[in-house]
Design a protein. Structure first.
Length: 420
């Protein structure tokens, strides 16, 4: 009987506890979260994600004379894998030759036509000058005949003698004129030959230029290093089937690993905080325990719209201070840009700050009930804000709005507690 007497109350207690867990957990009572201000060094920072690249690198370029032969986009047919270690002169890429082959065939046809033109002009000039020389010989014979006629006319009447002299004078002047014409014809032939030979040389140069350009369609490494392929404007890398522009025929680069940079982008809200020479704490996603430092060397003046970004961002270049063999281009970095450090500051979480009527307040405990305390705020970072006046280290503040704020008292910095 004694056992039953103690057993029944025990069962009742257990059932009560179970019922509390089952039914009591569904109450609408609000869980109140509180904290206290912290004091110490306050760091104002901007956190971004970046990507490593070499500060200096040797570019591997495709054909650089494409525009001279009206080739503006060159397609890549073959590529060696990115990250391959190459030596000077090693094969890197092969470009599609189909378009340039068509250009060469057209140029060869133009060259043949120019060669035919030179031959034709040469033959014409030879024939024309030959006829002119024969004409000069005939005129010399005619002059000689007129001289004989003059000598024979001595025994003739004065009229006959005069006619013979006139014919002789005409023959002399005609021969003189034809000699001048022959010199002119020679100069004309030379000028015409110079013109067609210049056209021929121009067409020959075009053929030579295209042939030399075609040799550059096999891209080789200019030095020893690791192959890193160029990124396009949309962030994608050059691959088989990509096209390179004749204005920028860079296919890949050989980075110098001695000095690395982290290229990152800061949104338009935070870019006003970022300036050159600010210090940066750099982490590597691939190596969690690796910590690096850096300095901002460049902040873009003009924003750009990046993929997967709703707002304008500004490019920021961070030079890595350390040189490490594990650093490789395209590694993802976490960049903490240190904007300012304020020693011995009092600061609270941002979620504890509430703005009403252009004034900043916190809810803090005052006895059994909360009050609204006005605070004078300073610099803030992503999580916290400095409080210059209004709080002490002993104050307990709410991280959320208390459940019942009806009739809550407000404490202003320059006034006593007043009731709403």
């Amino acid at each position: 009987m004694k056992k039953k007497r103690y057993l029944i109350p025990g069962v009742i207690i257990v059932l009560s506890v179970v019922a509390w867990f089952v039914f009591g957990g569904n109450t609408d009572d609000q869980i109140t979260l509180t904290t206290t201000p912290q004091q110490g060094e306050f760091v104002v920072d901007v956190t971004t994600t970046g990507e490593l690249r070499a500060k200096k690198s040797t570019e591997i370029k495709g054909p650089q004379g494409g525009r001279d032969v009206r080739l503006f986009n060159l397609k890549i047919q073959r590529l060696i894998p990115e990250g391959t270690i190459v030596k000077k002169g090693d094969f890197v890429a092969e470009l599609d030759r189909s378009e340039v082959t068509g250009k060469l065939q057209d140029a060869m046809l133009e060259l043949q036509q120019a060669q035919s033109q030179v031959t034709q002009v040469s033959l014409d000039s030879t024939l024309t000058l030959s006829q002119a020389r024969d004409n000069l010989i005939n005129l010399e014979y005619a002059l000689e005949e007129r001289q004989i006629a003059v000598e024979q006319s001595k025994y003739e009447s004065p009229a006959v003698q005069r006619q013979a002299e006139i014919d002789l004078d005409k023959a002399r002047r005609q021969l003189k004129q034809e000699k001048k014409n022959y010199i002119t014809k020679q100069k004309q032939a030379e000028a015409k030959m110079s013109e067609v030979e210049a056209d021929l040389q121009e067409e020959q140069n075009e053929v030579n230029k295209i042939r030399a350009l075609m040799r550059e369609f096999t891209v080789r490494a200019p030095d020893t290093g690791m192959i890193i392929y160029r990124r396009n404007h949309d962030g994608t890398k050059v691959t088989v089937g990509s096209e390179i522009s004749a204005w920028n025929p860079t296919v890949a680069e050989l980075p110098d690993f001695s000095v690395m940079e982290s290229v990152t982008y800061v949104n338009e809200v935070d870019v006003q905080k970022v300036t050159k020479n600010q210090k940066v704490e750099i982490g590597l996603d691939a190596i969690q325990d690796k910590s690096l430092t850096g300095t901002i060397t460049s902040v873009a003046n003009i924003g750009e719209q990046r993929p997967n970004s709703d707002s304008k961002v500004y490019e920021v270049i961070v030079e890595v201070a350390e040189s490490d063999s594990v650093l490789r281009p395209a590694m993802t970095t976490s960049n903490r840009i240190i904007v300012d450090r304020i020693p011995n500051s009092l600061f609270v979480p941002l979620e504890s700050i509430h703005v009403q009527d252009s004034a900043s307040f916190v809810f803090k405990q005052s006895g059994l009930y909360p009050v609204m305390q006005e605070v004078d705020l300073g610099l803030m970072n992503e999580n916290e804000v400095i409080v210059h006046r209004g709080l002490t280290l002993e104050d307990v503040i709410y991280l959320s709005v208390p459940e019942d704020t009806a009739g809550i008292d407000r404490i202003y910095l320059e006034e006593e507690i007043t009731s709403n």
